[in-house]
Write a protein that binds this ligand. Structure first.
Ligand SMILES: Cc1ncc(COP(=O)(O)O)c(C=O)c1O
Length: 411
């Protein structure tokens, strides 16, 4: 198939690690769904903070701290504006996992009680399952699962039946990290709100690859993570509806999140400080701001078009490999830029290792989605995921590598 995946400039040279060779092979990086590579502009922003502006934020009055605060808060403003949120409703956390834990603890402790129901989907990452399990156990609430159909889409009829339980919260991934499914979050939220539930979205896989407009989605909390969006590790974001963030108690407590501390009680900082205890992830937030600039400069629509065309090519080329099964929706319009697959007779671990010898980096395992693996009777899968810098040549190397896997394993 002639790929249309040429609408954006060749970005390979802008990711320093992609210039490396491993055992004489160029790196074919197909694991951006686990963590994306870092473009030079993001590295430069982090180095610039450490080299020229390093100081703590918020607390000082001397020029360095003012500069650092401007960089840090400037990053927040640009990140918030990008997704249609506001700086007050944009909280920096450690990662998507920490963002979900903030909601499950702070909202869950003050809103869940015995007999209440929380809905999650069968395709959730563990980071959007385990925090809900713990808070449900603590509060005596029930956790119910929205099933996934054989084609990898959510069963929305079953969802409607579950809504009759009048759940207090509906927690859903925007894009599945295993199936690639893009879930109809706006519609899921509309139906959840009609029964009075809040909607918590795990946007970890969505933000770097599809346009996200929080006002359009109209959800209550939206969690994502910097390291999958060309940003540094150690930083995540939680966007929350202001009324809810004002209402719920803090999660982590200590410095910066207080207004006044008395001997036996305290009052809280205005948003977002109330949820950002301790010294902030300054370099990380600045780096994430640069990552968002990088994405915006290319354009998220252009990124989606590039990755969707490449995904179509990936699915088509994978289907040519004998005995290979692709999991998840087969229409690239319904999925993000990844494909999980199995080859009959080949353990995913062996596939990953043999590909790795040729510089082809893919993910193998349960992808932190064991309930989903169980649903499809799978122990593990191999996952190839794409990003802005990938081209048809990367898919050629993957397919050639899969033929090597088959011959090495004598399939
Ligand atoms: C869909 C999804 N949600 C959440 C996460 C967790 O992200 P983090 O480990 O950065 O918290 C991941 C990471 O693999 C993911 O793919």
């Amino acid at each position: 198939m002639a790929t249309e995946a040429t609408q954006i400039r060749d970005l390979t040279a802008e990711f320093p690690v992609l210039r490396r060779q491993v055992d004489g092979h160029p790196i074919t990086y197909l694991d951006s769904a686990a963590t994306s590579q870092t473009p030079q502009v993001v590295i430069d922003a982090i180095v610039d903070y450490y080299t020229n502006h390093r100081a703590s934020v918020h607390r000082g009055v001397y020029p360095l701290t003012v500069e650092a605060t401007d960089l840090y808060e400037g990053a927040r403003e640009r990140i918030a504006a990008w997704l249609g949120s506001t700086p007050r409703e944009t909280i920096f956390t450690a990662n998507a996992t920490a963002s979900v834990n903030l909601v499950s603890h702070s909202w869950g402790r003050s809103n869940l009680g015995a007999g209440d129901t929380v809905l999650v989907t069968e395709m959730e990452h563990h980071s959007d399952v385990v925090p809900w399990q713990l808070i449900c156990q603590e509060r005596g609430a029930k956790l119910e699962y929205i099933p996934v159909l054989d084609n990898g889409m959510l069963d929305l009829d079953a969802y409607d039946r579950l809504l009759e339980l009048k759940p207090k919260a509906v927690c859903v991934a925007h894009v599945s990290n295993v199936l690639g499914t893009i879930n109809p979050v706006q519609e899921i939220a509309r139906r959840a709100h009609a029964v009075g539930a809040i909607v918590v979205v795990d946007g970890a896989q969505a933000v770097p690859q599809i346009p996200v407009s929080l006002p359009e989605l109209d959800v209550d909390f939206y969690a994502w993570t910097g390291h999958k969006a060309y940003g540094p590790t150690g930083i995540g974001v939680l966007h929350g509806r202001r009324e809810l963030l004002d209402e719920i108690p803090p999660f982590i407590s200590g410095g910066h999140m207080i207004k006044q501390v008395f001997e036996t009680s305290s009052t809280w900082s205005d948003l977002p400080g109330k949820f950002e205890a301790g010294t902030s992830q300054i370099a990380e937030a600045i780096g994430l701001g640069a990552a968002v600039d990088f994405i915006q400069e290319i354009g998220i629509d252009a990124i989606r078009a590039h990755e969707q065309a490449l995904t179509a090519e990936l699915l088509e080329r994978l289907a040519e490999v004998p005995d290979l099964t692709i999991h998840g929706p087969l229409d690239p319009a319904d999925r993000g830029a990844l494909a999980s697959f199995a080859i009959a007779g080949a353990h995913p671990h062996d596939i990953g290792e043999i590909l790795g010898r040729e510089g082809v980096c893919v993910r193998t395992g349960h992808h932190c989605a064991q309930p989903l693996m169980r649903r499809f009777n799978l122990g593990s899968t191999t996952r190839a995921s794409l990003a802005v810098h990938n081209t048809s040549a990367d898919i050629d190397r993957l397919i050639a590598g899969l033929h090597t896997v088959r011959s090495t394993l004598q399939l």
